[in-house]
Each structure stands twice: as C-alpha cells, then as structure tokens.
Design a protein around this ligand. Structure first.
Ligand code: HEM
Length: 134
C-alpha cells in the first residue's frame, strides 16, 4: 500500500515532467516561428522538466529498492530504452545550459526548439518501450 502510493507519487511527478519537456519547447518553437523571442520562462520550464525527469526517473529505482529490497531487472530492449532516455536527458540539459549561459544563444535560436521537441519525443517513445519490454 505505502509502496503503491510512493510509485503513484513518483509517476505523477514524472508524468508532469514529461509534459514540460515536450510542451514547453513546442510552445517556444511557435513563438520563434512567429519571429518573436520566446519568454525565458519557457527555457526554465524545459530545463526544470529535464531535471525533474532525471530525479523522478531515479526515484523509481529508489522506491523499488526500499520497498522490495532489489532493483527492477531491466534488460534487452528495456535497457536500451532506458539508456536512450538518460541520453536524451543529458543532451537536453547540456543544450539548455549552453543556450542559457553561453554566448551561443543567437546561433542556437533557430534550431534549439525543434531539436528539444524531437529529443523529448524520443524520450517519450523510449518510455513506452521501457514500460512494455521491462
Ligand atoms: C534520466 C531520465 C529518465 C529515467 C531514469 C527514467 C526512468 C523511468 C522509469 C524507471 C520508469 C518506470 C518504467 C515502468 O513502469 O516499467 C519510467 C516511466 C516513464 N517515463 Fe521515464 N525516465 C527518464 C526520463 C523520461 C523522460 C525524459 C520522459 C518523457 C519525455 C519520460 C517519460 C516516462 C513516462 C511517460 C513513463 C510512464 C510509462 C508508462 O508506464 O506507460 N521519462 N521512467
């Protein structure tokens, strides 16, 4: 019962994070296509979304370990899907950090939003494979 509640809470956070990593860059892309500078709030929302996904994704493992005393077995296709998700999270965070804190913003402006939508969609696809091959 307590473990189910913990899983449900972690899953809720993870689901909202998924919405943020796909929805926020999609909204920013619409702004950019209309020749307008997307609000910085969308940059922070996307970055927060990726951080939340990495933390809540790890929280699944912590919940399994504390409730069952072992980590879930993730092998084959499910393992590849998990690696894809982790890679997407790393690339997403690196791109957003470069965009926020380096002088490359101008150069990245045109391609960063569609790229982040694609990276988010890839992670979302990985989630489906992790779920059903896991
Ligand atoms: C470091 C990054 C991530 C880790 C470690 C991680 C880990 C996990 C784990 C362990 C699960 C539970 C799988 C299961 O129920 O068998 C899960 C589910 C899920 N993840 Fe992630 N995840 C990460 C990133 C992402 C991202 C970036 C997205 C979306 C863009 C995402 C979307 C989902 C969704 C939608 C589910 C629920 C799948 C379902 O039960 O139908 N995850 N994730």
């Amino acid at each position: 019962m307590a473990a189910d509640l913990a899983y449900a809470i972690v899953q809720t956070v993870h689901n909202f994070g998924a919405v943020a990593v796909v929805g926020s860059p999609a909204a920013a892309w619409v702004w950019q296509r209309e020749q307008r500078m997307p609000p910085m709030a969308l940059v922070w929302l996307t970055l927060s979304g990726w951080i939340i996904q990495a933390l809540s994704g790890s929280a699944f493992a912590v919940t399994s370990y504390t409730s069952r005393g072992e980590l879930p077995e993730v092998a084959g296709v499910a393992f590849v899907a998990l690696c894809v998700k982790v890679l997407c999270a790393v690339v997403g965070m690196v791109l957003l950090c470069a965009f926020s804190w380096t002088s490359w913003r101008q150069r990245m402006q045109l391609w960063i939003w569609p790229s982040l939508v694609g990276i988010g969609a890839t992670a979302l696809t990985g989630a489906a494979f992790l779920r059903w091959f896991g």
